[in-house]
Design a protein around this ligand. Structure first.
Ligand code: SF4
Length: 290
């Protein structure tokens, strides 16, 4: 197992994608921004949004001082825009509780808005060098195949999965070794040991892979499609929010009516935005929160 991690790290040194949040000197705040943006969103869409966000608010206190509605506006079309509100709220909480710094302790990170089990550990590891397991679906899939010899990891990552991955991390005090192992396994899952079409013949950890030794017994590719986007409430919410983002001040209800024909679905989407705090009702219509 040690050889597996070592071979993954060696491969990573030559094959890693050059992503802006992996560059030297990135602040803990920038790591937090990247991790929140990467929740449910592909790297290629996150990179430009990340750069634009940090150009506007280079430090955490600057974000915390901005109105939450501006965070929603800046989020643009990245999707799942409640993350913008939570990221803003996390910045405010860091100012109030941690003197404007992103904490290093997992428990303190998990207490921040929008920071769950995975994100807390990713920030602790990648921003502060803490030796904690960072287990996303990619890591879990690599470990399921290479260590456990099964085709798929569990649908959700639980406490037992954290312990399984922690056992793979290099020992030692805080520093680069354990986070490097985590990011290497993550990248291996993203680029080589993919869900539907793992590139086993050229995989750098093939020699250690239990699933390969077992003959890769299950055929992959049974489609597990996610919910489509077209026609969903999410699409309607996205259209409504795009109008609000593009406006200064209140947008009259008639303008919002024009973005979607089906009135019940439109009303449901608008009610959802209001309930989530992504929009507010004003005397003349609706707007982003102040
Ligand atoms: S050999 Fe194949 S299944 Fe095993 S870790 Fe590599 S890509 Fe994944």
């Amino acid at each position: 197992v040690a050889g597996l991690v070592q071979d993954a790290v060696t491969w990573y040194a030559g094959a890693a994608r050059d992503l802006p949040w992996r560059r030297p000197g990135v602040s803990p705040y920038a790591v937090l921004v990247s991790e929140v943006m990467l929740q449910q969103t592909p790297v290629g869409r996150v990179a430009p949004a990340y750069d634009a966000w940090l150009a506007r608010w280079p430090t955490l206190p600057e974000l915390a001082a901005a109105p939450s509605g501006e965070a929603v506006r800046q989020w643009g079309r990245l999707g799942y825009p409640r993350r913008a509100l939570r990221l803003h709220a996390a910045a405010v909480a860091c100012v109030e509780r941690h003197a404007g710094e992103v904490p290093a302790a997992v428990a303190e990170l998990e207490a921040l808005p929008g920071v769950g089990r995975y994100t807390a550990r990713a920030v602790a590891a990648f921003a502060h060098g803490v030796r904690v397991p960072v287990v996303d679906v990619n890591v879990r899939r690599v470990v399921a195949r290479a260590v456990e010899g099964v085709a798929e990891g569990p649908a959700a990552v639980g406490v037992a999965d954290l312990a399984l991955v922690e056992a793979l991390l290099p020992d030692g005090p805080a520093g680069a070794a354990a986070p490097l192992a985590s990011v290497a396994l993550m990248e291996l899952g993203a680029l080589v040991c993919t869900a539907r079409a793992p590139r086993c013949p050229t995989c750098p950890v093939r020699a250690h892979c239990a699933w390969q030794r077992a003959g890769a017994p299950v055929s992959l590719g049974a489609s597990r499609r996610g919910q489509g986007y077209a026609g969903t409430d999410r699409q309607v919410r996205g259209r409504l929010l795009a109008v609000l983002r593009g406006a200064e001040g209140a947008v009259p209800a008639e303008v919002l009516d024009a973005v979607w024909d089906e009135p019940a679905q439109r009303a449901r989407a608008l009610a959802g935005l209001l309930a989530d705090g992504l929009a507010v009702a004003l005397p003349g219509g609706y707007s982003l929160p102040a």
